[in-house]
Write a protein that binds this ligand. Structure first.
Ligand code: USQ
Length: 406
C-alpha cells in the first residue's frame, strides 16, 4: 500500500512509519516538524538524542534498503499544498497523527488554547475536505484518544465508540439506536479530539469517506523492533511537565532519583498501551478498513488500566524511588474507576506487552542510559487548568519555589 503518515515525525508517528515501511509499504511522511519547534519554545529536549527527520530516513535506508519519503507540509495552514500533494500521490491509506497532543501544553495559556484548537481542528478538516474535493477514496486512520469518553464510570464498561440507547418515542415505544458515546473532554486538547469525532461522522455520512478512529490510551515505552535497529532510529521520549506522560515520567524520575510526581491522591485510573502494541494496532486497523458508506469504525486502542498511585508504588518497589504527593495542576476527578472494552484488537490477534514484562527493561535500557540528559528543572508540571489551581502550585516536588503565578 502507498501510505501517507501525517505527523510521521512524532512519538507514535515515527515508529509507525518504520513499522509499516518494514512491512513493505510505500511510506510517505507529511509533517510540519512542529514538535521540534515546541521543544525549542519550551526549552526542553527529548530524553533520547534525536536526529533530523532527513537523517533518520537516511539511516533507515542505509540499514534496510527501504525508503521513507519526507514532505514538509503543514496540514492546518497549507491547504492548497496538501490538496495538490494528495492529488498527485493518491495514497491508498492516510494515517493522521498531525495534531498537538499534550493536554498540559493545551492548557498553558490562552495562546496555547488557540493554537491547539486552530491546529488540530483545521488539520483534520483540511484533510477531510481535500479528500472529498479530489475524489480520493483513501482509508483514513486517525489517532484519537480514550479521553473523549471522560474517565468516569457509571459501573459499566466503556464500549468501542458507540453506546446502545433506547429513546422513548411519542407513541410510548422505545426506539433503539447506537450513538457516539457522550463526549466528555477534560482539557482543550481532548476537546479537539471530540470535535474531530463529529467531523468524521459528518464526512462518513455525507461523502462516504472511509474513516477509522482509534481511541488510544496513554502510551508508555520507547522502543519498537525497528527503532532498536540503529541508535539514530531511536524514538523520542518526553519527560517534561507538559509532554511527558505519567508512566514514562515516573520511569525517568526513578532513574534520576527524583520523587515520583503523583498528582493529588493518585486515584486517577487511566488506560495504557505499549508503543510496540500501538504500531501493531495501527497496522491492524489499516488491514481492516470500513466499507464505503459505513459509519466511522472505532477501536479502543489500550491494553490495560491502572491507577496512578498503583503505578507509582510499583515503580517505587522496583527502584526504591520516593513518592511526592503533589497538589493536582489539573481539574479532574481525584478518583475514578475505568473499565474499557477492547475486544476488537484482541480479536484481530493483538497480543499485549504488559507492564509486568516490559517495565524493568525500559528503566534500564532507556531511562538510566540517557539520565545524564535530563534537566531537572523541566520535570515539574506547572501548567494549571484554572487560575485558582495555579495559585496552589508554588513549590516543585523537591521543595524548591516555582515562579510566582499572578
Ligand atoms: N499525572 C500524574 N503525575 C504526572 C503526570 C500525570 O499524576 O507527573 C496524572 C494526571 O494528572 C492524569 C494522569 O496522570 O490524571 C494521566 O496524565 P498523562 O499526562 O499521562 O496523560 P494525558 O494528559 O491524559 O494525555 C496522554 C497523551 C494524550 C493521549 C492521552 C490518552 O498526552 O495525547 O490522548 O494520554 S488518555 O489519557 O487515555 O486520554
Amino acid at each position: 500500500m502507498k501510505i501517507a503518515i501525517m505527523g510521521g515525525d512524532g512519538f507514535v508517528g515515527w515508529p509507525t512509519a518504520l513499522h509499516l515501511s518494514d512491512a513493505g509499504h510505500d511510506v510517505h511522511i507529511l509533517d510540519n516538524l512542529s514538535r521540534r519547534w515546541i521543544d525549542t519554545e519550551l526549552g526542553v529536549q527529548s530524553l533520547t538524542p534525536m536526529d533530523s527527520i532527513q537523517e533518520r530516513t537516511r539511516i533507515w535506508h542505509a540499514e534496510t534498503g527501504r525508503r521513507i519519503h519526507f514532505h514538509l507540509i503543514d496540514l492546518a495552514r497549507d491547504y492548497d499544498l496538501l490538496k495538490a500533494w494528495l492529488a498527485e500521490h493518491r495514497p491508498d491509506a492516510i494515517i493522521h497523527f498531525a495534531e498537538q497532543r499534550a493536554a498540559p501544553y493545551s492548557m498553558k495559556s490562552d495562546r496555547h488554547k488557540n493554537y491547539t484548537v486552530n491546529n488540530n481542528v483545521s488539520a483534520t478538516h483540511n484533510l477531510l475536505n481535500a479528500l472529498v474535493e479530489i475524489g480520493l477514496d483513501a482509508h483514513l486512520v486517525h489517532l484519537g484518544t480514550m479521553g473523549v469518553y471522560g474517565y468516569s464510570t457509571v459501573g459499566a464498561a466503556i464500549p468501542e465508540g458507540y453506546l446502545p440507547v433506547g429513546i422513548e418515542t411519542v407513541d410510548g415505544n422505545t426506539a433503539s439506536q447506537e450513538i457516539l458515546y457522550p463526549a466528555n473532554p477534560g482539557s482543550i486538547y481532548h476537546m479537539t479530539k471530540c470535535l474531530d469525532q463529529l467531523l468524521f461522522q459528518f464526512y462518513a455520512k455525507n461523502d462516504g469517506l472511509r474513516v477509522t478512529d482509534l481511541h488510544q490510551g496513554i502510551v508508555w515505552g520507547t522502543h519498537t523492533a525497528q527503532t532498536r535497529l540503529h541508535p539514530q532510529l531511536v524514538n523520542r521520549f518526553d519527560y517534561d511537565g507538559d509532554y511527558g506522560t505519567v508512566l514514562n515520567r515516573f520511569l525517568i524520575q526513578a532513574a534520576i532519583d527524583y520523587p515520583l510526581t503523583v498528582h493529588g491522591t493518585g486515584g486517577q485510573t487511566r488506560a495504557f498501551i505499549h508503543i510496540q502494541d500501538s504500531v501493531r494496532c495501527i497496522e491492524i486497523a489499516l488491514n481492516n478498513p470500513p466499507v464505503r458508506g459505513a459509519r466511522v469504525e472505532i477501536f479502543n486502542q489500550m491494553t490495560e488500566t491502572h491507577r496512578v498511585r498503583d503505578l507509582a508504588e510499583m515503580i517505587s518497589r522496583m527502584t526504591g524511588a520516593r513518592i511526592a504527593w503533589l497538589p493536582n495542576p489539573r481539574k479532574e476527578a481525584p478518583e475514578n474507576d475505568l473499565i474499557v472494552r477492547n475486544e476488537k484488537f484482541l480479536g484481530h490477534g493483538l497480543s499485549p506487552t504488559t507492564l509486568e514484562n516490559g517495565l524493568l527493561s525500559e528503566i534500564v535500557d532507556v531511562a538510566k542510559k540517557f539520565a545524564y540528559r535530563v534537566d531537572r528543572s523541566r520535570v515539574p508540571a506547572v501548567s494549571a487548568w484554572t487560575r485558582d489551581i495555579a495559585r496552589t502550585l508554588n513549590r516543585d516536588p523537591e521543595g524548591k519555589m516555582l515562579r510566582s503565578v499572578s
